[in-house]
Design a protein around this ligand. Structure first.
Ligand code: S3P
Length: 430
């Protein structure tokens, strides 16, 4: 349990832990590469450590040089070993969906399990297209839910039109495509995060990506490389949002990833009237990196939907928190995907914020928030969902009485040390 009390105006300049999406991919591509891959800035959160452990179970030697740097001794595309125990992905949707693409084409039997949240999340979105490629995967409800059993084997490239803009689906099929015969093409309704497309070329693989369509040819090999992981903009978002909850505050985050498929939250804050400064300082492993500063402004309500949604999907709970302080109505639509995240994030965001006196209503594909309201104290819970827990903590910084957040252990999956940043805000006052 954590107790958060109202913060006075503060100034904070900091870095955040490594990007979760990029950290997962660095382990997976490093494991499939020939030679050594060194990863710097690796996120030592539970999700990514889970990925690391799954690949160790498949015979990959991974040295932990420090909490944030690892050396992976790749085994090549066809070099993974049959795991003798179930692969446990814990809470991580990225681990399970991307890894299934690899397991489908590996010549052995494997089983995959996860926690309660994973057991409720749909896996048919990857199982169905993988079966079209020739994969043999079974699971509860015809492969919709874990536990899953995979009898890997030869795959055939396909062209797949994904009904959802999902980087996990796209990346799963690209990874399966690496070991498949012929070309694998994935088209998505709008562009989801493209970290896999950026990282594969850094490992020497060729692919083409244009207008929401990406293709990869099977039979290519990967070459170990050095990966420097930028700070996670999804973690930074909580700190930047905190600056907007406490008028007169400012937060700067350095060395943070600025991949345009991830920066929707900065655009949304700007549209709401916040002062947002972005300075790109470099490119790490094909990923733009830089410094972001956010300062309070007069916030007003906005409508967020369409192609913007995949660009800020993980930031919607904290965007809702900020919208409670904006004048007028904020509408979030086209965001049904929120229902199948670590929790049903439409329901959990709305229910928890309403406990603090917010005025939010759930809709079929999002939520409607009326502001501004003065949040009061109360007891909230993360529902075992890291981003809900952090959102409630940020709400607490702006609430007029103490906010308790229960079940905060879940925050470790993506942002170990989060509460140290919150404590810093409460002491580094202007
Ligand atoms: C992720 C993709 C997103 C995101 C998740 C991480 C990834 O999910 O919500 O936190 O690393 O590929 P979807 O691709 O399912 O939308």
């Amino acid at each position: 349990m954590m107790e958060i009390w109202q913060s006075k105006p503060f100034q904070l300049t900091c870095k955040v832990p490594g990007d979760k999406s990029i950290s997962h991919r660095s382990i997976m591509l490093g494991a499939l590469a020939e030679g050594v891959t060194e990863v710097e800035g690796f996120l030592p959160g539970k999700d990514c450590l889970g990925t690391l452990q799954c690949f160790e179970q498949m015979g990959v030697e991974i040295e932990r040089l420090s909490p944030t740097s690892v050396r992976i001794h790749g085994r090549g595309i066809h070099g993974l070993k049959e795991p003798v125990a179930p692969l446990d992905v814990g809470n991580s949707g990225t681990t399970i969906r991307l890894m299934l693409g690899i397991l489908a084409g590996a010549p052995f039997f494997s089983t995959v399990i996860g926690d309660d949240s994973i057991s409720r999340r749909p896996m048919d979105r990857v199982v169905q297209p993988l079966r079209k490629m020739g994969a043999r995967i079974e699971g509860r409800e015809n492969g919709r839910y874990t536990p899953l059993a995979v009898k890997g084997g030869r795959l055939q490239g396909i062209t797949y039109h994904s009904p959802v803009a999902s980087a996990q689906v796209k990346s799963c099929l690209l990874l399966a495509g690496l070991s498949a015969e012929g070309v694998t093409t994935v088209a998505e309704p709008s562009l989801s995060r493209d970290h896999t497309e950026r990282m594969l070329p850094a490992f020497g693989a060729a692919l083409t990506a244009k207008d929401h369509v990406v293709s990869i040819e099977g039979g290519q090999s990967l070459r170990g490389t050095k990966v420097r992981v930028p700070g996670d903009i999804s973690s930074a978002a909580f700190l930047l949002a905190a600056a907007l909850m406490v008028p007169g505050s400012q937060v700067t985050v350095e060395d943070v990833g600025l991949n345009p498929t991830r920066t929707g939250i900065l655009d949304a804050f700007k549209q709401m009237g916040a002062m947002v400064e972005v300075e790109e300082t470099g490119s790490w492993c094909n990923e733009p990196v830089g410094r972001v500063t956010v300062r309070t402004g007069e916030l007003h309500g906005v409508t967020i939907g369409g192609e913007m949604i995949p660009r800020l999907i993980d930031e919607i709970p904290v965007l809702a928190v900020v919208a409670t302080q904006a004048k007028g109505t904020t509408v979030i639509k086209d965001a049904k995907e929120l229902k199948v995240k670590e929790s049903n994030r439409i329901a959990t965001t709305v229910n928890e914020l309403n406990k603090l006196g917010a005025n939010i209503k759930e809709t079929e594909d999002g939520m409607v928030i009326e502001g501004p309201v003065t949040l009061h104290g109360g007891t909230t819970t993360s529902h075992g969902d890291h981003r809900i827990g952090m959102s409630m903590a940020v709400a607490g910084l702006g609430a007029k009485e103490t906010v308790k957040v229960l079940d905060v252990e879940s925050i470790d999956v993506s942002f170990p040390g989060f509460f140290r940043y919150i404590q810093k805000m409460q002491v580094s006052q202007i």
